[in-house]
Structure formats: C-alpha cells, structure tokens
Design a protein around this ligand. Sequence first.
Ligand SMILES: NC(=O)c1ccc[n+]([C@@H]2O[C@H](COP(=O)([O-])OP(=O)(O)OC[C@H]3O[C@@H](n4cnc5c(N)ncnc54)[C@H](OP(=O)(O)O)[C@@H]3O)[C@@H](O)[C@H]2O)c1
Length: 369
Amino acid sequence: MALQFSNACFSAFSRSRVPAVRAVASENASAAVKTAEEEKVKLGGSDLKVTRLGIGAWSWGDTSYWNNFDWDDRKLKAAKTAFDTSIDCGITLFDTAEVYGSPMALGAISSETLLGRFTKERKQRDPNVEVAIATKFAALPWRLGRQSVISALKGSLARLELSCVDLYQLHWPGIWGNQGYIDGLGDAVEQGLVKAVGVSNYSEKRLREAYNQLKKRGIPLASNQVNYSLIYRLPEENGVKAACDELGITLIAYSPLAQGALTGKYTPNNTPSGPRGRIYTPEFMTRLQPLINRIKEIGEGYGKTPTQVVLNWLVAQENVVPIPGARDGIQAEEFAGAVGWRLTNDEVEELRSMASEIKPVIGFPVEKL
Ligand SMILES: NC(=O)c1ccc[n+]([C@@H]2O[C@H](COP(=O)([O-])OP(=O)(O)OC[C@H]3O[C@@H](n4cnc5c(N)ncnc54)[C@H](OP(=O)(O)O)[C@@H]3O)[C@@H](O)[C@H]2O)c1
C-alpha cells in the first residue's frame, strides 16, 4: 500500500503523540503509518490481513439513524474525507452493509455505493492503494437458502464496483435457521466472490454451529462482529469472546465508542441528537461521568484522547478489531492514534472494574435471538 501521509494526519499524530520515552515509533508521521501497517492482523483462520482497527461506514449515506434524517453534499464531502484520511493514516479496513443507507429511507444513499465510489476514485489517483472491504448480508425473512446469499452478494459487489469483497458477513441470524446461509457463505468463497467469511450478532451456540459447518468444507469462519465496548461487555459474559478466542475467530467490535458516548464530548447537558439521545440520556451520561473523567486522566499520561484510550482498551483484549464509525477526517485521524501503544494491564483492569459499576444501555436485540 502507498505509505502516503497527509498534513491533516501529521497534525493528528502530533497532537496525540505520547511522551518520547513511551513511543519512539510515533516520533514522526511515516513511522505512525508504518505502525498501523506493521500491526496488521490475520482475520481468524483466513488468509486476509487487516489493520488493527477498521472504520465503520454505517453513517455514510444513512438517513434512518444518523445525520438527523438528512443527507447532503457537506456530509458526503466529510465522509469522503474520512475515507481518504483513514487511508492516509494507514487504516485500510472499511465495514459496510447492504442495509446501510437503504433506499427504503427517504433521501438515503447506499453506503456500499459511496464506499465503492470512494475506493474507485482513490485507486485512480493511487493504483497501488490497498483497501479491504467488509460488507454484510441482511437475513431478511423472505430470503431463504444458500442461493439468496449469492444473489445478495452480487448486488453488493455491483454497488461496490468490485468483483470480490474481502470479508462477507451474515449481518444477523436468520429467523428460519442459518444452515442455508452458512452454505451460501461457503459457496461465495468457492466461487471466488469473497476472500473471507464471517457472521455478526451470533451467540456462542450459533457461532460454534457456523464454525463447524464451514470447517467440514475446509473454510475458516474468520470473524464474529458484535457490540463490544468498555461499557457494553456482553461478549465477555455470554461466552462469545471466549468462543472466538478458543476457535481462532476474530471478534470485530462494533459501536466501540458506544456511538460517541465514550469520546468525552457528550455530557449530561449535551447528549447526542437524534435516536441516540433516547439511549444516551442525561441520566445515563451522569452515571458515565466518573468513568469518562478517569479515561481522560489516563489518556493525559500518554498524550492520548479518551477516544484513543477506549479503542486501545479494546485492542488490549487481544483478538479484537474495533471498527469505530468516522463521520469526517478529524475523527478518522484520531482513530489512527489509538494503536501503536498500549495501556498497562493495571489500567485495563481498572477501567473494566469502573465500567462494571455502570449498568449498560440495551444492546442490539438480535444478539439474543
Ligand atoms: N453488525 C451490526 O449489527 C452493527 C451494528 C452497529 C454498528 N455496526 C458497525 O460498527 C460501526 C461503528 O459503530 P457505530 O457507528 O454504531 O458506533 P461508534 O463507532 O461507537 O460511534 C461512532 C460515532 O461516534 C462519534 N465519533 C466518532 N469518532 C469520534 C471522535 N474522534 N470524537 C468524538 N466523537 C466521535 C461520531 O458521531 P457524532 O460525531 O455524531 O457524535 C460517530 O458517528 C458502524 O459504522 C458499522 O459499520 C455494526
């Protein structure tokens, strides 16, 4: 991949640079990009190598949850800058889904279409650039059997303007069963349409079933994408994290910033707008404040922001790739400074213990299907 570096990215690293004694590697910009590149990890038992963290593209083009129900040119420009800045900073994994920016929502643009366009434009300027794209199959009730996976995948490939996607995931378990969908994932690998396959929102039981079914065909189940953050640690409690570790499946952590609640920018008097405001209420943000204050304090010792600390906390759990959502270049820059350094084990445990005092908000209901 091109080790290109933007001024924007340089300034982010300068701002978040850790004290010299702790991180010689962050002393200059190219070293920081190299760190992200060197830190690439294999996704489960597949041959796919991805950066230590990726970027979530749910908000790009979406008008049903993000963007105050409105998508416009300014937001489009910001999303494109988020994409380009991520690559400039060495983060090359992007996560989308066929339902993000669904045409069912007024004024929405498909996130896959945007990501495809951004990738194509970037490749025109920089033919050797490496971009890893993960997308997802929606297990809608009327989609039955293995063939539905292949036809949905072909739709995604068309929107992404690709002939092969890096990671194809089942977005949530099917209500009629999953065997056909898992067969479909295997078919996608064998037809050369995907490099690796994974699931999302799968319980431990379903994860083991999917793993065993694919194993019979010699295909590794690369990942399980679940809601996981410092304040939402269900995967630690329901056996999902342990099963991922045991079976060699990478846990991809979605909503790793608790949708912005853990970044330190929201307070009891300044809660997020839109649907998030109903989840991260003033009462919840009040309960969160002592933890946020401690995260800030720990971050100051490293020259890091709260966002970088909470992402680093996830990376420290091992076998976890967080995919924070970036709405603009500034947010994307900040993510890059979350890797290439380590919280101490004591800090990791202290934050877990403080967080366990806070009752988490409700997660995505499909996890419990
Ligand atoms: N598989 C699934 O079922 C599933 C479900 C949910 C998400 N996902 C995936 O996971 C990705 C990430 O999850 P998410 O978007 O729900 O939540 P998230 O990553 O926890 O939070 C993203 C939001 O936090 C705010 N933010 C980001 N960086 C920031 C920074 N540096 N400083 C301050 N605020 C910042 C932004 O919103 P504001 O600027 O508006 O505050 C951004 O949209 C999604 O894009 C999607 O790819 C998958």
